[in-house]
Design a protein around this ligand. Sequence first.
Ligand code: GDP
Length: 426
Amino acid sequence: MSNCAIVGVNWGDEGKGRMVDLITENYDIVIRYQGGGNAGHTIINEFGKFALHLLPSGIFRKNVVNILGPGVALDPENLLIEIKMIVEAGIKITPENLKISDRCSILFPWHRKLDELEENRLKDKKYGSTKQGIAPFYSDKYAKKSIMLGELFDERFPERLKDLLEFKNLYIENFYKAEPYTYEEILQWVKQFCEPIKPFIFDIGTYLDKAVNEEHKGVVFEAQLGSLRDLDFGIYPYTTSSNTLSSYAPIGSGAPFISIDQVIGVAKAYSTCVGEGPFVTEFFGKEAEELREFGLEYGAKTGRPRRVGAFDVVATRYGVKVQNTTDVALTKLDVLSYLDRISVCVAYKSKDGLVHHFPFPSKLKDMEPVIEHLPGWKKDITSIRKFEDLPKEAQDYVIFIEERIGAHITYVSVGPERDQIIIRKK
Ligand code: GDP
């Protein structure tokens, strides 16, 4: 069977969760391969409305195995809260349908604390962190100042924890002049939050090798955030601290031997961006407020109002390219139905002239958008299920974008519900 990655091609919040929720019908396994509790997928289905931060979006499907790969920032505290929320909605979560890699590093309480201490130190130069400990977590992981979940079963675990705590306290006390943690308090935290997830911990590489290569099961890789937040290819330093790109998916999943056949790059029919950093097509004032209200653009994790703007052809074409996108899903087309005319950014303008290629991050602040206006359709399109039934202006909008971003728009989403989707043939 084929394997598919569902990734964002913009700044995140493109609607990846709703696409994974839709696509998993045809797959056996869904894997989260990067990120942690810092962003959220919102999913609306027959069980209700959910904001998932860590759990893969296949958790609602019977017979789908959900995996958290070693690339994930495994925050046991948030994970347990999420599991409880899902179980209360009547969905079973067992080691049969949720498996966590023994190679996931643990996100400890000091990661969240360090995130907050650093954002406070930076004051008006802050990065706009969600303060979920993600940057300190990945720094520690790559500095090898971390503990993997599988070590919970090791007799040397207490010693490892003591050594790690000694190191972290040096930093917390001496650099930030903050209160250190005691060993007893961290041990208590481990008992409370890590012990309950022990039954879900597996050797994921071996599991996936059998599942994919012997049993021919199909895998969906689920990304968090989008191309422009990728640590290496995004708008550094306003990126996340991990790799959001599809090329990284097999590695972050714990199965570098799996190849990906289809990459669905999810783009929103307009732009949104949470937190700080350059955002060339940003709207302000009434234009922004209206779009934010119609699109309900508030962060799934933080409730922060999202910055909103015109669809950005330059950024999306780049996002599509670096994701190796084979098919685009254009979401939230219905949100634009209130507009008489729709702005699209078709190029950037700098003092040196027109720019069509997405620039180096530090150059973005010098860019201005070149806007074209397309006619709106001013009709409710949420119940339309065939492309040819969309108003002509809506079809033209989709085709206009498709011709400029370098990949086929295979899915057009016209509402948040599972069935509010139009599938276009290539
Ligand atoms: P993700 O992190 O990429 O999954 O995106 P989020 O979940 O943060 O944001 C997407 C939001 O848009 C969610 O609230 C979805 O329910 C909603 N959504 C997704 N697709 C559509 C759509 O086509 N129309 C509308 N109106 N809402 C949508």
